[in-house]
Ligand binder design. Structure first.
Ligand code: PBG
Length: 336
């Protein structure tokens, strides 16, 4: 019998979404998204020389390690439940071409070899770029104060090959040169590294949130900025073209960054591409959360879990985050 609407009589609610929110156990049963430490990638920074780990004030808890220390740190992370690390190096000596980036005994290849030995179960990813190796701090070869795209892509191929030779599982080009994925795929295949995968930083916006990283990596450009190669954050369709292009060039996985400012792109990419998607919760996202927590504005663990969950919910399969070890420790029931 149809319900009659009378004055003051509310229609019976058949749909009550609160039914499944009533208890913690019910909420757990129907939760759609999880942040599993197995889906997180922990960035590791390596510095020349020996001695104690170095830090920058804006990134408490993040350090530049010596090659001698990085194996121990990787093994600790693995014991905590981390399954993948992304290795960043700096130049032992910077020059205009960034030659140290593809030196076989450079900091990244050396670290990869050390990590392979000390934590063989870890997936080892490496960042492939020139900015920490060039005197001018740009992500490519500079000619007449402009970044030469094709010459830069060729250099990225050399860097990726050096990383693959040291034992990297996945190389991750972050320079935003056109054709960089194809150049790297060709270089790897020619050198016999056909089974090394490419994670392309496909949609990388020129962002205010990379500042702390550049301090840590000493990779701030000495003139100009990165807007002639990194993407304008006003553009989403262009981001999808970048991703399309990288898939066509042979990217095995795609990445978007920064993470929290790219949730729309993750959702759209998830609907459009079948390759695994990664998001990078970058240094400025880490630093702002840390600063807010230190100021008592948010509770750190809760805020971190909420942002990582949102990034996963938007469509990321994996997340690169400086909070990875904290999350892993919490999952094991230890630490903050
Ligand atoms: C190198 C690179 C950058 C980041 C990853 N790879 C910095 C940049 O483009 O200036 C940013 C990572 C972060 O901020 O955490 N090109």
């Amino acid at each position: 019998m149809p319900h009659r609407r009378g004055a003051g009589v509310a229609p019976p609610l058949r749909t009550r979404l609160r039914r499944l929110r009533r208890t913690a156990a019910l909420r757990e049963l129907v939760a759609e998204t999880t942040v599993d430490p197995r889906r997180l990638v922990y960035p590791l920074f390596v510095r020349p020389g020996t001695g104690t780990p170095q830090s920058v004030p804006s990134m408490p808890g993040v350090f530049r390690y010596s090659v001698a220390d990085v194996g121990r740190v990787a093994a600790e992370a693995a014991r905590e439940g981390i399954r993948a690390v992304l290795v960043f190096g700096v130049a032992r000596r910077k020059d205009a071409d960034g030659r140290d980036a593809w030196a076989p005994d450079g900091l990244v290849p050396s670290s990869v070899r050390v990590i392979r030995r000390s934590a063989p179960e870890l997936v080892v990813l490496t960042d492939v770029c020139l900015c920490a190796y060039t005197t001018h701090g740009h992500c490519g070869v500079v000619r007449h104060r402009e970044v030469d795209n094709d010459a830069s892509a060729e250099r990225l191929g050399r860097i990726a090959t050096a990383h693959a030779r040291a034992g990297a599982d996945i190389v991750a080009p972050s320079a935003m040169m056109d054709g960089q994925v194809a150049a790297i795929r060709d270089a790897l295949d020619t050198a016999g590294f056909g089974s090394v995968a490419i994670l392309s930083y496909a949609s990388k916006h020129a962002s205010a949130f990379y500042g702390p990283f550049r301090e840590l990596e000493q990779s701030t450009p000495s003139f100009g900025d990165r807007r002639s190669y990194q993407m304008d954050y006003r553009n989403a369709r262009e981001a999808l073209r970048e991703m399309e292009q990288d898939v066509a060039e042979g990217a095995d996985l795609l990445m978007v960054k920064p993470a929290l400012t790219s949730l729309d792109l993750l959702a759209r990419a998830r609907a459009r591409f079948s390759v695994p998607l990664a998001a990078y919760q970058v240094s400025g996202e880490y630093a702002t959360l840390k600063a807010a927590a230190a100021a008592g504005v948010v509770e750190e663990a809760a805020a971190v879990d909420e942002t990582l969950t949102a990034i996963r919910r938007a469509g990321a399969d994996l997340v690169v985050t400086y909070f990875a070890r904290d999350v892993a420790r919490r999952a094991q029931g230890v630490g903050p």
